[in-house]
Design a protein around this ligand. Structure first.
Ligand SMILES: Nc1ncnc2c1ncn2[C@@H]1O[C@H](COP(=O)(O)OP(=O)(O)OP(=O)(O)O)[C@@H](O)[C@H]1O
Ligand SMILES: [Mg+2]
Length: 245
């Protein structure tokens, strides 16, 4: 579903020359999988996530999603392809001056959908995340967990094959975290959406993921299997992360 071949990313740091955030690495994520990106702060997790939908352009290598080589697309085709890749953010990134329904409608408006289709789809998505009764509220009137479920509904609006989530529960308390994870799991199971999730919380990996890539200082150390809510790490760093938890 998602194929990264030898992708890398470096940044120019003021006065310090080039800094490699992601060393050339290859990764294959399967359709329907919930795949984690884990590792210490600065490991390159967010950068790698953003390489998947080319929010960051890789300096080398290729990125394919659902059989389409994104790195080979023209700008308009890439914009089109991105509409089928939803994104969920740690700080929710909702539009404060729009209602819940209007936030979920936003990507569909951008994609040029007709008003009646938008209304139908928004209602469906709010039902999926259990927020039908909040449709006309504003983000400021919602709890953190509810805000994130709006973020998930918005990511789901255009029926994506893939959802990318960067620390979606890091701003939430444990009980709310569980409800947001259940929501993501439900969407994965019901609609077979492939989910890639960045997290530093091992409990999130255990609860949600089928596999996870462990990154460290821009390198892919290993791809870890998660079975029966257990993380089977081989590398020293991986075992350290699991033990610290
Ligand atoms: N736009 C940028 N310009 C310069 N350096 C960047 C940029 N984005 C990331 N970096 C650097 O790349 C490295 C990896 O950053 P990244 O945000 O991917 O890490 P991360 O694993 O997501 O960390 P965290 O857990 O703290 O979110 C860091 O050293 C960071 O400073
Ligand atoms: Mg990050």
């Amino acid at each position: 579903m998602i194929v990264l071949e030898q992708v890398s990313k470096r940044y120019r740091h003021r006065d310090q020359g080039w800094f490699t955030a992601v060393e050339p690495l290859s990764l294959h994520i399967k359709a329907g999988e919930i795949f984690g990106l884990m590792g210490y702060s600065g490991a390159g997790k967010s950068t790698l996530l953003r390489l998947i939908n080319l929010l960051e352009r890789p300096d080398s290598g290729s990125v394919s999603v659902d059989g389409q080589t994104l790195t080979a697309l023209s700008a308009p085709s890439l914009r089109q392809a991105r509409q089928h890749i939803g994104m969920v953010f740690q700080q929710f990134n909702l539009l404060a001056n729009r209602t819940v329904a209007a936030n979920v409608a936003f990507p569909l408006e951008v994609a040029g959908w007709q008003r009646s289709d938008i209304e139908r789809r928004v209602a469906e998505c709010l039902d999926i995340v259990g927020l039908t009764d909040r449709a006309n509220h504003y983000p400021a009137q919602l709890s953190g967990g509810q805000k994130q479920r709006v973020g998930i509904a918005r990511a789901l609006a255009a029926s994506p094959k893939v959802i990318l989530a960067d620390e979606p529960t890091s701003a939430l308390d444990p009980a709310t975290t569980r409800s947001v994870l259940e929501c993501l799991l439900d969407i994965n199971r019901r609609f077979n959406v492939t989910i890639v999730i960045v997290t530093h919380e091992m409990s999130v990996i255990r609860r949600l993921c089928d596999r996870a890539a462990l990154l460290h200082q821009g390198k892919l150390l290993e791809v870890i299997d998660v079975k029966d809510n257990q993380i089977h790490a081989q590398s020293a760093i991986g075992q350290e992360l699991v033990q610290e938890d």
